[in-house]
Design a protein. Structure first.
Length: 258
């Protein structure tokens, strides 16, 4: 099975580029399933029902989220209604809408998808992501194939999670930093891994935002309105080739489409 995982989609410009490139990529690479991080897909930060619908209609099967999952209140009911959009599992279930995992039924096989968020250098200090994974893995234990989006800032925390889950899940891909890393690999016990899959959005930007805005924020130490960059775009992604009989990754391929 070939599973495509796409880096954080940034704003309307990133969403539209996703729609332009995804269908042909899926056909060319014979993709069976597509997972995409969409927490920044709405202009003005966060995700809305309309931006999520746009991503789904562009050919994505499961949308994962992160620290901006609850930025837009109009999105709360959508999270409860839609089965294949998930927020980090270590948000408190008693007070936040949505769930942190889903089981995607493909007929011949079901794929478990889990979303969890790191604690290091993040605004929201949540339940321990490692202990959270222990609990959620029990809920998808009947899935031969399981893929995890670990939405985290620190590369060390991401690497640690990869080795913690090695042999327990099929693949782990990191999101949040918007910069694709070159460490795609298969860990010793058969789990495919990348520290960060990257971003879908404007090339001439700082993590999707106009460079001058970020420069002013860093120099002047004052809040800035984040407007997304324009011009040429890219779509960062990774393909995990997974053996359906074992649930282990047998190959990985990182891509940057322009």
């Amino acid at each position: 099975m070939r599973i495509l995982c796409i880096g954080d989609v940034v704003g309307k410009v990133g969403s539209e580029f996703l729609r332009q490139r995804l269908p042909s990529l899926k056909k060319l690479k014979k993709i069976d399933m597509t997972i995409c991080n969409g927490e920044n897909s709405s202009d003005g930060n966060g995700i809305t029902p309309s931006s999520a619908d746009f991503i789904f209609s562009s050919g994505v099967d499961v949308i994962t989220l992160g620290n901006h999952a609850f930025r837009r209140k109009e999105f709360y009911s959508y999270l409860d209604e839609k089965e294949y959009i998930i927020r980090p599992a270590n948000f408190p279930n008693s007070t936040t809408p949505g769930v942190g995992y889903c089981i995607f039924d493909m007929g011949r096989i079901s794929v478990g998808v889990i979303n969890v968020m790191g604690n290091s250098f993040m605004d929201n200090i949540l339940d321990c992501p490692f202990r959270t994974m222990d609990k959620v893995l029990e809920k998808v234990k009947d899935c031969k194939i399981t893929v995890v989006d670990f939405h985290a800032e620190a590369t060390g925390e991401k690497r640690a999670m990869g080795f913690y889950l090695d042999g327990k899940v099929s693949a782990v891909f990191g999101t949040h930093t918007h910069v694709q890393t070159s460490d795609n690999e298969i860990l010793p016990n058969g789990t495919g891994y990348i520290t960060d899959v990257g971003m879908t959005g404007p090339v001439n930007s700082v993590l999707g935002v106009k460079p001058e805005i970020i420069i002013n924020k860093l120099r002047n130490k004052l809040p800035q309105r984040f407007d997304y960059g324009e011009g040429e775009c890219k779509m960062d992604c990774i393909i995990f080739d997974i053996d359906e009989s074992t649930g282990k990754t047998v190959d990985t391929e990182i891509l940057e489409l322009r």
